[in-house]
Design a protein around this ligand. Structure first.
Ligand code: G16
Length: 543
């Protein structure tokens, strides 16, 4: 096999964001854009000679091209073996498991998550380390530095690997094993959950719909829900991954899953509805007549995890991203376990999970997961919910209502302003930051501000510090306004405002969310002037 060293020139925009490098497909299609980035990743790593690399993606447009390139660059750089999902497919949590299960050095996950796909959509590449989780900032910072000065990449001159057939092929010295993308993952799920109890639940007439949104979880959900758990055929809808997600937006929220929501709100509706995103790490949970916010879902899963065999010994602790509501904190307090508040980004959970300090993690951005992998896991959350429903023999609504009666309710919403001019958004955040020192003690709507800061996180395991992770403004009653810029958008800036209010009293748990938070929304506008500065009269998305 010939290895070519190809001269290249750096791109200035290859800075990984919250979760890898996400860009428009058209950006990735520029000459050597993929090659530069993958070579820069390998240049930032040491000791992978002869080792195993996992490669897989969510099946979106450009996966096929980028995967073949990645395999050839891996061969030229000295990896000994590549494990790649059949058809190039691996959900993000499955990729994490394959890395761990097969003792791989690391993995390349090709996805732009919930962002739209197709030739005009988004693409992404993320590097995961040997624990199966996204590379920590120390590595992503090095990768970025490397992309700025790269002058050449190494690539094997070889024909494309046939990704449609299971089995081993070779690219020069390197073995390429095409593996079943679902098998290892499905086996892992069987060790965590009471499949017998869930089978009985379906046999008793329980009806659900799982919307895979034409994305990666289709094959996983069909194998597990319809195949292993006996859910009726047709339970999984939009179950065949397509390069442009059927022209849709594979984001499991109430905007893009409105039809599912409406079905669950109908009086004669299904018992349970769920969805996952482009790469299978996010989840949406809706019970009959009851949507469960991701923050509440985290708290509920943590409180009930012991009902599933994989967690029957109890949980060591819980971690949530800073903007996620404090509902889980109350559960941790009651259980007497550790609670951690980390910056946004699953990579910040890795050390806590590796150190055994937390078992369950979650984020307001529709992600929950546990120590079974080092990514959030959409289908895992659905299966844990099903396990809990099967054991408690109550509806989602009953379980949520009881939870609030025990712990109180954290009303919670997120307002997103998408594709805002980046200069305007950055200025807005800078101005807000400069106001922070004077805010403490001021009152809005009769509520006094008790703290106002820019969140910084000191990792208790390795001592690394992440600063400027979002502005937090806290009030005397536990209410909170958080503002930060998204690290996953691909055009302009996305401004996120997170609002939360705690209500302890049982009789007041049934307010409509936006109504319950209306005065806090007004205060947020006074403090940030988003509408005036961006010229937007409404958020683009409210979740
Ligand atoms: C990624 C990260 C999550 C984060 C989310 C949103 O998720 O893994 O930790 O919460 O982005 O981040 P941001 O608010 O910066 O846009 P995913 O599902 O997009 O990979």
């Amino acid at each position: 096999m010939t290895i070519r060293t190809v001269e290249t020139t750096p791109y200035a925009d290859q800075k990984p964001g919250t979760s890898g490098l996400r860009k428009r497909v058209t950006v990735y299609q520029q000459p050597n854009y993929v090659e530069n980035y993958i070579q820069a990743i390998f240049d930032s790593l040491e000791g992978f000679e002869g080792q195993t690399l996992v490669i897989g993606g969510d099946g979106r447009y450009y996966n096929d091209v980028a995967i073949q390139t990645a395999i050839k660059i891996a061969a030229a750089n000295g990896f000994g073996r590549v494990l790649v999902g059949q058809g190039g497919l691996l959900s993000t949590p499955a990729a994490s498991h394959v890395i761990r299960h097969h003792g791989a050095f690391g993995g390349l996950v090709l996805s732009a998550s919930h962002n739209p796909g197709g030739p005009d959509g988004d693409f992404g590449i993320k590097y995961n380390v040997s624990n199966g989780g996204p590379a920590p900032e120390k590595i992503t910072d090095e990768v970025f530095e490397r992309t700025k000065v790269i002058t050449s990449y190494r690539i094997a001159e070889a024909s494309d690997v046939d990704l449609s057939t299971l089995g081993t092929q070779s690219v020069g010295e390197m073995a390429v094993e095409v593996i079943d993308p679902v098998a290892d993952y499905a086996e892992l799920m069987e060790t965590l959950f009471d499949f017998g109890a869930i089978r009985d639940l379906f046999a008793s007439g329980f009806r659900m719909k799982f919307d895979a949104l034409h994305a990666i979880t289709g094959p996983y959900a069909k194998t597990i829900l319809e195949g292993k758990l006996g859910a009726p055929a047709g339970t999984v809808v939009n179950g065949v991954p397509s390069p442009d997600f059927g022209g849709g937006h594979p984001d499991p929220n109430l905007v893009y899953c409105k039809d599912l929501y409406d079905e669950l709100m109908a009086p004669d509706g299904l018992d349970f509805g769920a969805a996952s995103d482009g790469d299978g790490d996010r989840n949406l949970i809706i019970g009959k007549g009851r949507f469960v916010t991701p923050s509440d879902s985290l708290a509920l899963l943590a409180a009930n995890a012991h009902l599933a065999p994989g967690y029957k010994a109890g949980i060591a602790g819980i971690a949530r991203s800073m903007p996620t509501s404090a509902a889980a904190d109350r559960v941790a307090q009651k259980l007497g376990v550790e609670m951690h508040e980390t910056p946004t980004g699953w990579k910040f959970f890795g050390n806590l999970l590796d150190a055994g300090r937390v078992t369950i993690c979650g984020e307001e951005s529709a992600g929950t997961g546990s120590n079974h992998v080092r990514e959030k896991d959409g289908l895992w959350a659905v299966l844990l919910w099903l396990n809990i429903l099967a054991v408690r023999k109550q509806s989602v609504d009953e379980i949520v209502t009881e939870h609030w009666a025990t712990y109180g309710r954290n009303y919670y919403t997120r307002h997103d302003y998408e594709e805002v001019d980046a200069t305007v958004a950055n200025q807005l955040m800078d101005d807000l930051r400069s106001k922070l020192p004077g805010l403490r003690g001021q009152s809005f709507d009769d509520l006094q501000i008790v703290y106002a800061d820019d969140f910084a996180y000191a990792d208790p395991v390795d001592g690394s510090v992440a600063r400027k992770q979002g502005v937090r403004i806290g009030f005397e009653d536990g209410s909170r306004i958080v503002a930060r810029l998204s690290g996953t958008g691909t055009v302009g800036a996305t401004l996120r405002v997170y609002l939360e209010r705690y209500e302890a009293v049982s009789g007041r748990h049934d307010l409509e969310t936006q109504t319950a938070l209306a005065s806090l929304v007004q205060t947020a506008e006074v403090l940030t002037q988003i509408k005036q500065r961006t010229g937007r009269s409404e958020p683009s998305v409210i979740t």
